[in-house]
Design a protein around this ligand. Structure first.
Ligand SMILES: [Zn+2]
Ligand SMILES: [Zn+2]
Length: 338
C-alpha cells in the first residue's frame, strides 16, 4: 500500500515532456488541424491547448463547456443530437461544415467531438470531407474508417449523408429530396399525428399570387380549383417491377429524376394546406377536392406504391387524370396582387 504511493514511482510513470501521448489517445488528427474525438478530448482544457485547438464543435446531448472559466479565445458550436438513426443531423450539416471551414480559414485547429467519437462526430467530419474535397459519401467515410477503424456512424446518418451528396453538399430546403426527408422525419416523430408542424404544408395556391411565374399550376379537372404547384411535386426514380414491389420500407433511393416518369399515373406531392384537416389523426384516407369534393387521390402516412412500383413514405398521391396543368403566365400570376 505504502509503496504504491511512493513519490519515486509516481515520477517514473509520467513522461517528462508533459505526457504527449494523452492527447493523441483522446483525439485523432484527420487532416492537419482537424481533430476528431470523444468526450475525453474536452475533459481538460489543457489538452486542447496542447494540441493548439481553438475551435470546438460539440455534437452531443449536452454542451461540452459550461459558460465562463478558462474559455478565452475558444470558439465553440454546440449541436444537440442523440446518436440515433432518427436524429436529424442533415438539417445541421450546413452550419457545422461552415463552422469547421471558417475556423480553418482563420488558421484555427478544430476539434469535432461527440461522446464516444464513433458515430455523430464521424458523420459531421465525413460531411466536411465530402464537401471540401467533393468526395462521395463512400469515399469520405472510407478515409475516416481507414484512419479510425472503429468509426461507425448509425445507418440513419449514412442515409442523411447520401441525401446531402444528392443535394450537392448543401441542404436545399426547397428541394424535393429535403421535403420528402422532412416528411419521413415527421412521420417517425408523430406516430399519432395529432400535431403537424405548419411548415410542413405548402401554401394553398389559391392564397398566393406571387412567385409563380415559371411554375405550373395544377387544378381540379372538374371545378378548376387550384390545388398545388409544380414545386410541390416530389419526384422519384421509377421502381423496377418486382424488385421495387419487394421493398416496403423507403430507402434513400428516393432521389430526383424529373421528367422520367412515364409509368407513373400519379403525382406524389408534399401536403398542401387544404389537406390539413383530412390528414390529422388518421393514417390513411382519400384526398378530395376542397371545392367540389371530387376524388383526387389518396394519402397514407405509412406510404403507398406508385404505379411504377416505387414505394413512397409518407404518400400524398394525386391521380394525374384528375387534374389539369396550367402554365402560369406572368400576367396571370400578378393579376390578383393587391
Ligand atoms: Zn412512380
Ligand atoms: Zn374540384
Amino acid at each position: 500500500m505504502l509503496e504504491a504511493q511512493g513519490p519515486s514511482h509516481g515520477c517514473q510513470r509520467r513522461n517528462p515532456g508533459g505526457d504527449p501521448a494523452s492527447s493523441t489517445e483522446r483525439m485523432l488528427e484527420v487532416r492537419p488541424g482537424l481533430y476528431l474525438g470523444g468526450a475525453a478530448a474536452v475533459e481538460e482544457l489543457d489538452h486542447l491547448r496542447e494540441a493548439g485547438i481553438t475551435a470546438v464543435l460539440t455534437v452531443d446531448s449536452e454542451p461540452a463547456f459550461k459558460a465562463g472559466a478558462g474559455l478565452e479565445g475558444l470558439r465553440s458550436l454546440f449541436v444537440p443530437a442523440l446518436d440515433k438513426p432518427e436524429t436529424d443531423l442533415l438539417s445541421h450539416l450546413d452550419r457545422c461544415v461552415a463552422f469547421i471551414g471558417q475556423a480553418r480559414a482563420e488558421g484555427r485547429a478544430v476539434l469535432v467531438h461527440c461522446h464516444a467519437g464513433i458515430s455523430r462526430s464521424v458523420a459531421i467530419v465525413t460531411a466536411f470531407l465530402m464537401k471540401t474535397d467533393q468526395l462521395t459519401f463512400e469515399n469520405a467515410y472510407e478515409i475516416l474508417q481507414t484512419l479510425k477503424p472503429e468509426a461507425k456512424m448509425n445507418e440513419g446518418f449514412e442515409s442523411q449523408l447520401k441525401l446531402y451528396q444528392a443535394m450537392g453538399y448543401e441542404v436545399d430546403i426547397s428541394s424535393a429530396i429535403y421535403k420528402q426527408y422532412r416528411l419521413q422525419k415527421v412521420t417517425e416523430k408523430y406516430p399519432e399525428l395529432q400535431n403537424l408542424p405548419q411548415e410542413l404544408f405548402a401554401v394553398d395556391p389559391t392564397t398566393v399570387s406571387q412567385g409563380m411565374k415559371d411554375e405550373v399550376l395544377y387544378k381540379c379537372r372538374k371545378c378548376r380549383r387550384s390545388l398545388f404547384r409544380s414545386s410541390s411535386i416530389l419526384d422519384h426514380h421509377e421502381g423496377s417491377g418486382s424488385v421495387a414491389f419487394a421493398h416496403k420500407r423507403m430507402t434513400p433511393s428516393l432521389m430526383l429524376s424529373p421528367g422520367s416518369q412515364a409509368q407513373c399515373t400519379s403525382y406524389f406531392i408534399e401536403p398542401v394546406q387544404w389537406m390539413e384537416a383530412t390528414l390529422l389523426g388518421v393514417m390513411d384516407g382519400q384526398l378530395l377536392c376542397p371545392k367540389c369534393s371530387a376524388k383526387l387521390g389518396s394519402f397514407n402516412w405509412y406510404g403507398e406504391q406508385c404505379s411504377c412500383g416505387r414505394w413512397i413514405t409518407p404518400a400524398f398521391q394525386i391521380h394525374k387524370n384528375r387534374v389539369d396543368e396550367m402554365k402560369m403566365l406572368p400576367a396571370l400570376g400578378t393579376q390578383t396582387r393587391k
